[in-house]
Design a protein around this ligand. Structure first.
Ligand code: MN
Length: 247
């Protein structure tokens, strides 16, 4: 079994090392990850500058691009075989609800899914400096085992969020749907040392739609959340309504 690993926090992040360590139990591991943090780049692809690869140690490659670049480089250039599984993470911070569209961690799994390769994104729900990454990695291993033995449904990849606590304190896996948060956008507006204005996109504590069955609901109650995602963004319920419009 060959497993390719990437992330958006960069190849030096704690989460990717914990994930690689755990995945070794499943098979051969190759890491192809951004050379620095690229969180919130979403599904972006580098088209206007060259990409370079740096081999840091055997099987560990840093690319000066995005997570989507890394998946492309890994599959179309670097690996002599197609991996059986691509895992992304473990992201430092949850990827819940609408945030999946900003996430580079989730986008990497999305890119793998586009290539027909089973893929899972893993995120640890904390922004504290240190997190329970090795406990989360044990969950990642269990989920990855299921994916390789049971096979994913067609066109499906998984977004897994893991609560930040010891394995023994985690509650069972819940299969969830993508929740909604009402984003309270906030632009921080300040002046730099040379008197020029600058702005920084921030946010206040998001108001979560904590409805039962959602990823938010699961994580808020220390459950592991697994959301099956697919790439079809079509709003199927609207097809018929719009088809009734006269153009
Ligand atoms: Mn990140």
């Amino acid at each position: 079994m060959h497993i390719m690993i990437t992330n958006d926090d960069g190849i030096h992040a704690h989460g990717i090392h914990a994930l690689a360590e755990a995945m070794k139990e499943l098979g051969n591991v190759t890491v192809v990850a951004p050379d620095r943090e690229r969180s919130a780049v979403g599904h972006s692809l580098t088209l206007h500058s060259p990409l370079r690869i740096f081999e840091l140690q055997k099987g560990w490659y840093a690319v000066d691009g995005t997570p989507t670049d890394c998946v492309n480089m890994g599959i179309h250039n670097m690996l002599p075989f197609s991996p059986d599984l691509i895992v992304s993470g473990i992201n430092h911070g949850a990827n819940l609800g609408d945030d999946v569209t900003y996430s580079g961690t989730v986008a990497a799994a999305m890119e793998a899914n586009l290539m027909g390769i089973p893929a899972i994104a893993f995120s640890l729900a904390t922004f504290e400096k240190s997190g329970y990454f090795s406990d989360a990695a044990q969950i990642a291993l269990r989920v990855a085992r299921h994916v390789t033995t049971n096979k994913l449904p067609a066109d499906t990849f998984l977004n897994v969020n893991i609560p930040n606590c010891q394995l023994a304190e985690m509650r069972p896996v819940l299969i969830t749907r993508q929740g909604r948060r009402s984003f309270i956008g906030k632009i921080v507006d300040k002046t730099d040392p040379r008197g020029r204005k600058y702005f920084w996109i921030g946010s206040e504590e998001p108001k979560l739609n904590d409805e039962e069955g959602t990823d938010f609901y699961a994580i808020n109650r220390r459950h592991v959340s697994i959301t099956p995602l697919h790439l079809d963004l079509t709003n199927h319920k609207s097809l018929e309504i719009l088809a009734g419009w006269e153009f």
